[in-house]
Design a protein around this ligand. Structure first.
Ligand SMILES: [Fe+2]
Length: 151
C-alpha cells in the first residue's frame, strides 16, 4: 500500500512529508544552493545540515520507511518522494531496501548526497570512464558498510 501523500505547496516546491525539521533542511539547502555555485562547495556546505537530518529520527513518518511490494525495481525496494522543488532541480527521497534485497548497479547521473537513515547497508562503488556506461565487471572502487547517519 502506498503512503498517504499530502502535498503542501510552497513557493519553492512540494513537501510530501510536512515536518518542520524537513522544511528547515530544505530552506537551508536552498540558501546554500543560492550562495554556492560550484558543486564541490555546495556538497561541502550541505554536509553538516545533511548529517543533522540523518541523525534525527523524528521527522520521517513510518509510511515513508516501508518497502513497496509493487516496486518497479523489484525486491520490494521503494522510493518515496519527500520533497521536490518547483523547478524539479532539487529532490529528496527515501529509498527503502528490504533485508536481503539489493539495488541493481546504477549511476545516479546527478550530484547529491546519499546517506543512511535507518538500518545498515553494504555498498560497492565502481569506476566508470566518463565516456562509457556502467561496466558491471569493473572492479569495485571500494566496498563499505554504512550505519545510520553515515554518508
Ligand atoms: Fe544509488
Amino acid at each position: 500500500m502506498l503512503p498517504a501523500v499530502h502535498s503542501v505547496a510552497m513557493s519553492s516546491g512540494e513537501f510530501f512529508v510536512d515536518h518542520p525539521i524537513l522544511r528547515h533542511f530544505v530552506a537551508t539547502t536552498e540558501t546554500i544552493l543560492k550562495e554556492q555555485l560550484e558543486v564541490t562547495d555546495r556538497l561541502w556546505h550541505l554536509r553538516r545540515p545533511y548529517a543533522e537530518l540523518l541523525n534525527d529520527q523524528t521527522w520521517l513518518p513510518d509510511e515513508f520507511r516501508q518497502p513497496n511490494p509493487n516496486s518497479a525495481m523489484g525486491g520490494g525496494i521503494a522510493s518515496w518522494l519527500l520533497y521536490r522543488s518547483e523547478a524539479k532541480d532539487l529532490s529528496l527521497f527515501s529509498l527503502v531496501v528490504p533485508v536481503g534485497s539489493a539495488t541493481p548497479v546504477h549511476n545516479h547521473l546527478a550530484w547529491g548526497l546519499v546517506g543512511l537513515y535507518q538500518g545498515e547497508q553494504e555498498e560497492e562503488e565502481f569506476d566508470v570512464p566518463e565516456d562509457q556506461h556502467i561496466i558491471i565487471q569493473s572492479p569495485a572502487k571500494f566496498r563499505s558498510n554504512s550505519v545510520p547517519g553515515g554518508f
